[in-house]
Design a protein around this ligand. Structure first.
Ligand code: MN
Length: 328
């Protein structure tokens, strides 16, 4: 999945860019967009950042500097000659914005670090499935284009990296990730302010909500599988719960199932090692992701979906064929 020179050629040649990403954009998506927007603007290009959803409030230090627009049905997208899709490789991940962009005659560029199965529908791609974050790819792009990152671009790449490595805790934290993080600090950006912004401004209700979620913990497969669930409307940050569940010695895989609107549930799955590939589990349910972090949206009521996931999760520990699907 290497990239060729076409991606850089498109970035050099284009004049008006529309940057976009997946629904409910996370810190990697938002951060990579901030950085790429700054890089392109410093090259004299016009840049629009249009996502299917607005950034979460915790990323306000980026949204004060970058004009993130949340597309609504009926909105005409601004004129542009290159669409850049960041942190995913399928236009369908853009929700209702997808058909609008598909119809637009712009060139399509994908910048991503996920495993892509299926047709290479784009005009150019800058993809590396071994990169810890999409923001890291934007850092490489900036270097290849000879553009220095300003403070906002640096905060963008840093946000990408810390979001996707769990603040340097996960196994995707490689030498390049730490080297680049060091380089970013040299621009004068403040890592502790980013930490406080993302992780230390939760609501007063957060501890109780987290407690209620953790109280649903069930163990399966001799304590190697831990499952938590949340009813529709429960306000919870699953990442905190998933961290706590992974802190249990026997646990290898954790599943967080939450009921969402439209009679569906969302799965977040995490694995402690490459021996248990949660992206394979997520794919069984129409989702995807990485070996150690994956997700899916699944039709059906909570109890039913949870039962199916527990069964599939438990199979990961009984089937002898479960090896190292080391693809990301
Ligand atoms: Mn990512």
């Amino acid at each position: 999945m290497a990239h060729d020179g076409r991606a850089l050629d498109l970035l050099r040649a284009g004049e008006r860019f529309l940057l976009t990403g997946h629904v409910r954009p996370d810190g990697d998506c938002i951060g990579a967009q901030a950085a790429l927007a700054r890089v392109l603007e410093s090259m004299g290009k016009q840049v629009f950042v249009w996502n299917p959803d607005p950034p979460e409030a915790q990323f306000d230090y980026l949204s004060r500097e970058v004009d993130y627009r949340a597309w609504k049905p009926g909105d005409a997208v601004p004129p542009h000659d290159v669409t850049v899709l960041l942190d995913c490789a399928e236009l369908s991940r853009c929700g209702d914005l997808a058909p609008v962009l598909e119809k637009h005659d712009s060139k399509k560029l994908v910048v991503d670090h996920h495993v892509h199965v299926g047709e290479e529908w784009w005009d150019a791609a800058y993809v590396d499935v071994t990169a810890s974050a999409t923001g890291l790819l934007v850092h490489r792009i900036a270097r290849e284009l000879g553009v220095a990152l300003d403070k906002t671009a640096a905060e963008g790449v840093f946000t990408s990296i810390v979001t996707d490595t769990g603040w340097f805790k996960y196994s995707n934290t490689d030498a390049e990730t730490l080297r680049v993080a060091g380089e970013l600090l040299e621009t004068g950006m403040d890592a502790s302010l980013v930490y406080q912004a993302i992780y230390q401004r939760r609501s007063r209700e957060h501890p109780q909500a987290l407690g209620r979620l953790l109280a649903t913990t069930e163990y399966h497969a001799d304590g190697r599988l831990a499952v938590v669930h949340a009813q529709r409307g429960a306000s919870v940050d699953g990442d905190d719960a998933l961290d706590v569940l992974r802190s249990v010695g026997t646990v290898e895989v954790v599943l967080f199932v939450r009921e969402v609107e439209g009679g569906r549930c969302k799965l977040s799955a995490r694995s402690k090692s490459d021996d248990h590939d949660v992206s394979a589990l997520a794919r069984e349910f129409g989702g995807g992701g990485h070996v150690r972090a994956a997700g899916a949206t699944i039709d059906g009521p909570l109890d039913e979906v949870r039962a199916k996931l527990v069964a599939a999760g438990a199979r990961m520990f009984t089937s002898t064929g479960q090896g190292t699907g080391s693809v990301g």
